[in-house]
Design a binder for this molecule. Structure first.
Ligand SMILES: *[C@@H]1O[C@H](CO)[C@@H](O)[C@H](O)[C@H]1NC(C)=O
Ligand SMILES: *[C@@H]1O[C@H](CO)[C@@H](O)[C@H](O)[C@H]1NC(C)=O
Ligand SMILES: *[C@@H]1O[C@H](CO)[C@@H](O)[C@H](O)[C@H]1NC(C)=O
Length: 302
C-alpha cells in the first residue's frame, strides 16, 4: 500500500459515521450492574469547539474524542459529562474489588436484549444475522487503560471535573506473536475477533475516599503525520466510586488529562509500521503515564 493510498484509507476510517463505541456498563465482583448506572452520561449530539475532521464537529454518544482539539471535559470523562455528574449515583466498592467494563457500539437507547443473556457472561451483546454469536467487536486497535482520580479535599464527586491528577491502575495492551509480517497483536481488539474482557482489580492499597474511575480505549495516532492528519482517538467513560479501605497512605503522583494525553505525549502516537502491526517502536510505552501496581509505579510497556 502506498502512503497516499494509506492516507485515503485512514481518512475514510476517521469519517466513518458508524462503528465507534463507548463503555456503558460495569460489573463488580462478578455481578453486572444496571446498564449506564454509576457512569457519567454524555450529551448527544454535542458540538465540539474544533475537530480534526469537519464531518465530526458534531459528535454522537459513541463517537471518538480527540485530545488535541476537544474540550478538556470531553477528554476527561466524555462530552459534557459535568452536566450529568450531579445525577450520577456513586458506586461503593472495597479496595481490591474486581471491576469489568462492557461497551456498546450503537447510540442509546438500547433494547434490553443488548444487555441480557450475552455470550460468555459478557455485559453487552448485539445478536444479528451477521453476528450470530452476539459479541460486540471493536473497530479500532489500541490499549485499554483505566485511571483513578481522587476527588480533592473539600470537593464533591458530583461536581469534581477531573482536573486533578490521574493514576493509571490497569492496561490491557499488545502481545508480540510469532508472525513474521504482523507480530503486533492488540489484545482488546483481537483482530476484530472476540474482544478481550476488560476486567481488573482496583489496587487494595487504594486509600479510602471518592474517586472518578476512567476507562478508555486509545486508538493511537501516527507520528509520521501531525494531529491534523492522524490524531489519536479516545473513548473515555467515568465511573463515580466511593472506595472503602483501611489502607493508610496516599496515591502516587499521576498525570493530567488532557495535558498528558496529547498527540506528542508518550504512547499517544506510533510509527506507521507499528500502526500496520509490522514492528514495535523501540521505545514504545503505553499512553496515560506510569502504571501503579498498588506497591510501586512502573514503566508501562509491552
Ligand atoms: C444518556 O444520554 C443519552 C443521549 O443523550 C440519552 O439518550 C440517555 O437517556 C441518557 N441516559 C440516562 C441514564 O440518562
Ligand atoms: C499537518 O498536516 C496537514 C495535512 O497533512 C497539513 O496541511 C498541515 O500543514 C500540517 N501542519 C503542520 C503544523 O505540520
Ligand atoms: C510522538 O510521541 C513522542 C513521545 O512518545 C513525541 O516525542 C513526538 O514528538 C510525537 N510525535 C509527534 C509528531 O507528535
Amino acid at each position: 500500500m502506498t502512503i497516499s493510498h494509506l492516507l485515503v484509507t485512514l481518512a475514510a476510517a476517521i469519517s466513518s459515521v458508524q462503528a465507534h463505541f463507548a463503555f456503558a456498563r460495569v460489573r463488580q465482583n462478578g455481578e453486572w450492574l444496571e446498564p449506564t448506572r454509576y457512569i457519567r452520561n454524555k450529551t448527544s449530539p454535542f458540538t465540539e469547539r474544533d475537530s480534526p475532521d469537519t464531518n465530526y464537529h458534531v459528535r454522537r454518544w459513541i463517537d471518538p474524542t480527540y485530545a488535541v482539539t476537544d474540550y478538556p471535559d470531553s477528554v476527561r470523562c466524555g462530552r459534557d459529562n459535568m452536566a450529568h455528574a450531579a445525577d450520577t449515583e456513586v458506586l461503593t466498592i472495597r479496595a481490591g474489588d474486581q471491576l469489568e467494563f462492557a461497551h456498546q457500539r450503537k447510540d442509546p437507547e438500547w433494547p434490553p436484549e443488548m444487555w441480557n443473556n450475552c455470550p460468555d457472561e459478557r455485559g453487552s451483546c448485539d445478536y444479528a444475522s451477521w453476528n450470530p454469536e452476539g459479541y460486540i467487536h471493536f473497530n479500532h486497535p489500541g490499549p485499554f487503560i483505566a485511571h483513578l482520580s481522587k476527588v480533592p479535599e473539600g470537593q464533591d464527586i458530583h461536581s469534581y471535573d477531573g482536573s486533578g491528577e490521574w493514576v493509571k491502575i490497569y492496561t490491557l495492551g499488545l502481545e508480540l506473536r510469532d508472525d513474521q509480517q504482523h507480530p503486533i497483536h492488540w489484545i482488546p481488539w483481537n483482530d476484530e475477533g472476540i474482544p478481550a474482557p476488560f476486567a481488573f482489580s482496583v489496587p487494595k492499597e487504594t486509600p479510602d475516599g471518592d474517586y472518578l474511575l476512567r476507562a478508555d480505549l486509545v486508538y493511537t495516532g501516527v507520528y509520521e503525520f501531525n494531529f491534523t492528519s492522524f490524531p489519536s482517538q479516545l473513548y473515555p467513560s467515568c465511573l463515580q466510586i466511593r472506595v472503602e479501605s483501611d489502607y493508610e497512605g496516599s496515591l502516587p503522583k499521576g498525570i493530567r488529562i488532557p495535558e498528558d494525553m496529547m498527540h506528542d505525549s508518550p504512547g499517544m502516537n506510533t510509527s506507521l509500521s507499528m500502526y500496520r502491526f509490522d514492528k514495535l517502536d523501540d521505545d514504545y510505552v503505553y499512553p496515560g503515564g506510569m502504571l501503579w501496581t498498588g506497591k510501586e509505579m512502573v514503566v508501562d510497556k509491552p
